[in-house]
Design a protein. Structure first.
Length: 266
């Protein structure tokens, strides 16, 4: 791997290049022969935008350019995981250069880089709370939107790849990726591999997401229900106390407390 950097980033660029040289195994691909990669490391947002021709959202910290076997990284909190993610894009492009939709590519890269974790589950939960599970097409659009929508879309894309891995059984993604490389069309690859259409796979994945993460939605709904119930009970109690104080004050008007002296007896 050839690294390009500016200023004092030689140390981080060298460490990233060494990290990349040690990765050769990919989910569903297995061992992939090393191929020349150019790594460009920068800390400048303006330079990053220029290097990616302004085609990458401002919140993004990296980009893979498969046609040039190039990765551009804007140094962030975890550049090593970011590099693994972008390298997965190049690896996927080596075996399936055509017919890979954005949701599939991003989900695969996140799975390969080990990005799935507790925060991803929370992102899926957030997506569920906002309504129905989106289609693959809607996920594609969300991946190009603002950071909040994109984060949920990345998490949902990863659940789709994890589902396809389970669908493949012991061989995981390998048969699907092989057929995708041969056909250059995801729908045809699904038909060959699983005897399912793309729309059928989408429906099965949506059902799987509801089954695996629906309890989070139920928990959130129950929390909201009991929270509203507590608020309503509190309001009723407050209004009753206020009404009782008013009635008590009205009853006390004109009354005198009895004296402690004994009454006169005629």
């Amino acid at each position: 791997m050839r690294a390009v950097y500016w200023g004092d980033d030689g140390v981080v660029a060298t460490a990233l290049a060494e990290h990349a040289d040690g990765i050769h195994e990919w989910p569903g691909i297995g061992y992939l022969e090393p191929f020349p990669i150019r790594l460009i490391v920068t800390r400048s947002a303006r330079r990053f935008d220029s290097l990616t021709a302004g085609r990458v959202p401002g919140w993004s910290g990296a980009a893979a350019l498969p046609a040039a076997n190039t990765i551009v990284i804007k140094v962030g909190p975890d550049p090593f995981q970011t590099l693994s993610h972008e390298m997965a894009h190049l690896a996927l492009n080596r075996v399936a250069p055509r017919g890979v939709p954005r949701w599939f590519a991003e989900g695969y890269a996140a799975r390969a880089a080990g990005e799935w974790g507790r925060l991803s589950v929370l992102d899926v939960n957030w997506a569920l709370l906002r309504g129905t599970i989106p289609s693959f097409g809607a996920i594609n659009r969300a991946l190009r939107s603002g950071p909040t929508n994109a984060r949920a879309a990345y998490a949902l894309s990863t659940t789709a790849i994890l589902f396809l891995e389970r669908l493949g059984g012991e061989r995981g993604l390998a048969p699907l990726l092989a057929n995708l490389g041969e056909t250059g069309d995801l729908d045809r690859a699904f038909r060959r591999t699983h005897l399912l259409t793309l729309s059928h796979v989408e429906a099965l994945w949506q059902r799987d997401v509801r089954r695996r993460y629906g309890w989070l939605l139920l928990t959130s709904s129950l929390t909201l229900f009991w929270g509203l119930t507590a608020v309503l009970v509190g309001l009723v109690w407050w209004r009753r106390r206020r009404r009782d104080r008013v009635r008590k004050a009205a009853l006390d008007v004109g009354w005198e407390l009895p004296s402690d002296e004994p009454p006169d007896v005629a």
